[in-house]
Design a protein around this ligand. Structure first.
Ligand SMILES: O=C(O)CCC(=O)C(=O)O
Ligand SMILES: [Fe+2]
Length: 558
């Protein structure tokens, strides 16, 4: 978009230049005459060099600004300090190239692409940074050639230049340093690149200063790039180059836009939580609360619920549920499924299970735990409560459980794989392997809850519905199959096993099911949370003769 300087337009109008034949066809006016409308402008003849080293010069610039009618002094001269590279040949010469290089492993599958980054010690920030590969352009070298050379020096790969940007400015408040952004593609099926790939990160080609600074290449996935940067920042304390962070944000915004535009469901909206800590933006809180007041369901993406963690959790659940002769794995007495209930962070799984799978589930559980707190804050804010942490404080014992579920394959005669019920806690976060069947009873009909890759389903349980005087809905749901009454589920879905992981958030044990000043939860008079959960779930035994929904919820089912 072209931004037209308002002051320039006004000056143009008052000096009478608004005759139609002076206007370019686009209708945007340019003033090429030298007048006060050229201002502000630097007067380089007055530049003072304050200090200089081999590589850098500190200058104080003088620049003129337009007279300010409110400034009686009439002073139009201003000063600004800047750093200049001593290698710069002229005011407009480009100093450097910054390289966005994409490693292509499979030309038909861009989801496998990686972005080449470099980690190095940077004395000005007294720490390690993660940046794009970059380097100064040699005298008489063109930017594309400089990019190819620098890229090979820093990473060992041979890349093909796809585009070169106009000069862009790295920190224009501080320096006139400029760089062309060069986009490169690295074909990893080429022998040279494949060979170089086998070597470890710090490679032999580096010399002098680059070696001293411990420069090493880091290959980060293009899908989930922003999360990969956050992880590095959190775990290794690396400092992130601003251009790299903007690139990661743009990739994320594009991905969210594509997913949202493909999924415009009002009943089960897709919401991006945007943050995994603290207080979420008001707009997000409102979207979440509106959905949970409506269908009681929504589909959620959140920074901590990465695609990688989700894949690992599904695989771990599948492996654990396949463990032979494990007392942790229970056959459901009525539904065609097996399940395992894991409580707290010390998952106790009986049988021969790799600790790696237990760790995968612990990581998933940990990510859900912080996401749960942000969701509870969203709900408090969205309901207009004064205390955003009201619900969080009622959950600070973190009495959550993770139910791993595996549904057996069936055929067209198979009915419900999980019979209709409401969840009894406060919030449920559900991850599935994408096999269909989840249906919610909304506005008198069973409706399929869509599956969105890399997202989880969130729904409200009876306690939170009750605490909010049913402003939030504990909606009945089920995992249907073709023979379920009123089902939309296809035969294809039931012909394969189905894995899901339901994370149930329960409040602190000694909280009453009835918050002060409210009517009691139907059928649960005088129970604390422990007793109530016992009553609803049927205890910890395998007979599961609990209560699937409260009588009020049953009325809504009709
Ligand atoms: O497996 C599913 O998709 C849903 C499971 C469920 O609703 C539950 O276990 O409460
Ligand atoms: Fe459920």
């Amino acid at each position: 978009m072209l931004v037209v300087n308002r002051r320039l337009l006004l000056t143009t109008l008052s000096t009478g230049l608004r005759t139609p034949h002076l206007l370019p066809r686009s209708g945007i006016r340019f003033n090429s005459m030298s007048s006060s409308s050229d201002l502000p402008r630097v007067d380089f003849s007055q530049t003072e060099t304050v200090g200089s080293t081999r590589w850098m010069r500190l200058e104080t610039l003088s620049y003129h600004v337009a007279p300010d009618p409110n400034d009686a002094s009439g002073d139009t001269l201003r000063k600004w300090d800047r750093a200049v590279r001593t290698t710069k040949k002229s005011e407009d010469a480009v100093d450097a190239v910054v390289i966005l290089a994409i490693l292509r492993y499979d030309l038909s599958d861009p989801s496998k692409d990686e972005i080449v980054c470099v980690k190095q010690f940077r004395p000005p920030v007294n720490g390690y940074t993660i940046e794009l590969p970059a380097g100064l352009i040699d005298p008489n070298e063109d930017p594309a050639a400089a990019a190819e050379r620098e890229f090979k020096e820093e990473t060992g790969y041979i890349g093909k230049v796809l585009s070169v940007s106009p000069p862009s400015y790295l920190s224009p408040g501080l320096t006139n340093e400029s760089a062309c952004m060069v986009k490169m593609e690295v074909d990893m099926t080429l022998e040279h690149n494949a060979k170089n790939h086998e070597r470890t990160e710090s490679h032999d080609g580096l010399e002098g200063c680059e070696k001293d600074r411990g420069l090493e290449k880091l290959l980060l996935p293009k899908v989930g790039f922003l999360n990969a940067l956050h992880d590095l920042q959190k775990k290794d304390g690396v400092k992130i180059f601003a251009a790299l962070y903007s690139l990661a944000l743009c990739l994320k915004v594009c991905k969210d836009t594509i997913i949202t535009s493909q999924h415009p469901s009002k009943m089960f909206p897709l919401v991006n939580l945007e943050t995994s800590v603290g207080v979420p933006p008001m707009e997000v809180a409102q979207k979440i609360t509106t959905a949970l007041k409506g269908s009681g369901f929504l589909i959620l993406t959140a920074p901590e619920l990465t695609s990688q963690l989700q894949k690992r959790a599904i695989r771990a659940a599948s492996k654990i549920l396949d463990t032979k002769q494990s007392s942790t794995v229970i056959s459901h007495p009525t539904d065609p499924k097996i399940y395992a209930m894991l409580h707290g962070l010390d998952f106790n799984v009986d049988g021969d299970v790799s600790q790696d799978y237990i760790q995968d589930l612990k990581d998933w559980y940990g990510a859900l735990r912080s996401t749960k707190d942000v969701l509870l804050r969203c709900i408090a804010i969205g309901l207009g409560m004064n205390e955003p942490d009201f619900f969080v404080n009622l959950h600070n014992e973190h009495n959550d459980s993770l139910r791993l579920l595996k549904y057996h394959p069936g055929d067209e005669n198979t009915g419900n794989r999980c019979k209709e019920h409401s969840d009894y806690g406060t919030l449920t976060l559900l991850l599935t392997d994408g096999v269909g069947g989840l249906e919610a009873f909304v506005d008198g009909k069973w409706r399929s809850v869509p599956y969105i890759k890399d997202a989880v389903v969130v729904n409200i349980g009876s306690i939170l519905s009750h605490w909010t005087r049913h402003e939030l809905s504990a909606t009945l749901h089920r995992v249907a199959a073709p023979a379920s009454v009123g089902s939309n589920t296809l035969k294809k879905a039931v012909s394969v096993p189905r894995i899901s992981l339901a994370y149930f958030a329960d409040p602190n044990r000694d909280v009453s099911t009835t918050l002060q000043g409210q009517e009691e939860l139907v059928g649960a008079s005088d129970m604390n949370i422990s007793e109530y959960i016992q009553w609803r779930s049927g205890g910890s035994g395998s007979d599961r003769d609990g209560v699937a929904f409260t009588s009020g919820e049953k009325d809504r089912l009709g």
